[in-house]
Design a binder for this molecule. Sequence first.
Ligand SMILES: [Zn+2]
Length: 413
Amino acid sequence: MLKSVETRLKDYFKKNKRYAINLVSKLIEIPTVNPPGKNYEEMVCFLEKECRKLRLSTKKYVTPKNVLNKFGVRYGSKRVSLVADLDTGAEKTFHINSHYDVVPATDKWKTDPFVAVIKGAKIYGRGSEDMKGNIASVLFAIRALKKCGIKPKINIQLSFTPDEEIGGRTGLGYLVGMGFVKADYAMSEGCSGNYVSMGNKGVLWAEVEILGKSAHGSMPHKGVNSFERMNMLVNEFGKLKKKISKRKTRHSMRDAVSKSATFVMGGFLEGGVKINVVPGAVKFSIDRRLIPEESIGAAKKEIEAVIKKFDAGYKDSKVNIRFISQEGPAISGKDDVFFKVVSDAVKITTGKYANFSVMPGATDMRYFMWKGIPTLGYSASGGGKWHSDDEFVCISSLVKTANVYALVMKDLT
Ligand SMILES: [Zn+2]
């Protein structure tokens, strides 16, 4: 009996996992630590060779100085991205992005973080899970299609980008902004197993300053206690927080408690100089997380309205707010066919139904989502130890992720 294409692929992956293991090991051993961003050129050179072995055409893009300056990138390697194409002559293009930079490692690792150590079913090393393992899976998928003689019905484009760990604006954000990548559908970093991410929450960070009037502690009537004013203001924000936490996204989230928008005060707190001084100025932070249904503009207005009302009630103090960071939430463009293809690929590979959910944190996939492109987040995983000591990726996840990618590449049109 003739084997089905799905079975042939599965057999191929099972028999050839060495390819992915060797590849991820080599990637781990090029320490692309960020900050400051090291060995980027060496990494891109290596990846370019690997892509060419798979007969992909390649192109490099260097993020220019003015863009680096704009986003405060002043040290480290030249910011190089690699784009690799498998052109099938189709109209549409399926884009898969992976970032190749990794966060620094502490000295608490049990093994050398930049030497790949294989123990049982796991590969240890910085970046194994976040997200060099995925690079290996994606290339493994392309190789499997070639070896099994399967020609995709869509163009496939891969990108390997730097600087995701510092926000991605000088990596994938730059490529997407400049139109250097093609994507009718896109996949990038996200969940794993039978979980697929279809969006992420937004974030708004602010610093609130309350100015009163300092005075000697023995004569408080001569001052305005900014700490006490802050206390009152925090109470007012508490009411807003209550309102915000009742807002829940209609999209599913892996963890049901994450469905709400959130408002955290005092992560950063500063003020007061001496025990016998009425504090004249205090500062505290706000960390506001937005669900996909909210917008940064509206979130800012809500906060500012509380301050405006407060200031109107207390003429002898003044509240200033400074928004230090803002990233809108992101959600995939709608596309039933794409979701179905990915969902089927996950079901065939893992035996479980795909679960599409919104992630609490952001990845580079938001750059595609902000353009309205149907985008899903899926990547090889280990123990969920992103950024922590003794990070690892499971060999079974490398294989299964490659299987999912190969099926999506095969079936998308
Ligand atoms: Zn990552």
